[in-house]
Design a protein around this ligand. Structure first.
Ligand SMILES: [Mg+2]
Length: 238
């Protein structure tokens, strides 16, 4: 048995964003619309919006409803918790494309080289992200990575499932015609990426570029390490 495919998460795995928190971006977009709020207010509003979005099932609807509709409801909810009077109305001009004007993304330095080398070795490469397909394409474009680099791109709307649901991983490998045990998934989130992949029988790897690396999980610091991994490396830890 050999490894035939390597699948990647996108954010903080292949692509680095130029902001720390989504709250910061939201704040900038609001400011461009003439509304000023502190970062602390933003953080509180996000916490409350998230609670409400869980109760009213908005979070569950991600990928199941259209991208514009999902973000409209989310943006409106955050603005409601910021006590912005015309939040429903304002959320209409607060489209996700507006959001994209305020964020930049770039690839981690080793990404292109690693992806090309994996492909040169005959492996299939894929992307599974908890974003809408349209957003993934926009981010890749900003990061200057050809979408055709990937044999498959899976977003939340592809089969209307989000990570860590094992179905989203299984869908990708069935499309690539590889078995779970022939596949590696690399991501930066231990729950969403690592556990999700592992629950689908795929070999999971955590990428952690920080110095501390305190996880018990099978961890790499740089994607270049993928190039020297052997299948037997996956039998040491489970
Ligand atoms: Mg990520």
């Amino acid at each position: 048995m050999t490894i035939k495919a390597v699948l990647f998460d996108m954010g903080n795995t292949l692509v680095k964003y130029d902001y720390g928190l989504p709250e910061e971006v939201f704040r900038k977009v609001l400011f461009s619309l003439g509304i000023s709020r502190s970062l602390d207010d933003m953080k509180k509003a996000f916490v409350n919006a998230e609670k409400e979005a869980e109760d009213n099932k908005l979070l569950e609807s991600m990928g199941k409803i259209k991208r514009a509709e999902f973000w409209h409801q989310w943006d409106s909810l955050v603005m409601k918790h910021l006590e912005i009077a015309e939040h429903e109305e304002l959320a209409k001009s607060f489209t996700h494309s507006k959001w994209m004007e305020f964020v930049d993304s770039r690839l981690y330095p080793e990404v292109k080289e690693v992806l090309l080398e994996l492909k040169r070795r005959g492996l299939k490469v894929g992307l599974i992200s908890n974003g809408y397909e349209e957003e993934i394409i926009l981010v890749l474009k900003k990061a200057n990575l050809e979408r055709t680099t990937f044999d498959i791109i899976v977003g939340v709307d592809t089969i209307k499932k989000v990570k860590p649901n094992p179905d989203i991983f299984r869908y990708a490998i069935s499309k690539l015609d590889v078995k779970p045990e022939e596949t590696i998934f690399v991501g930066d989130n231990s729950e969403v990426d690592y556990k999700g992949a592992e629950n689908s029988g795929i070999h999971a790897l955590l990428i952690d570029r920080t110095e501390k690396q305190q996880s018990d999980l099978r961890t790499i610091k740089n994607l270049k390490e993928l190039l020297s991994l052997k299948l037997t490396d996956f039998f040491h830890k489970s």
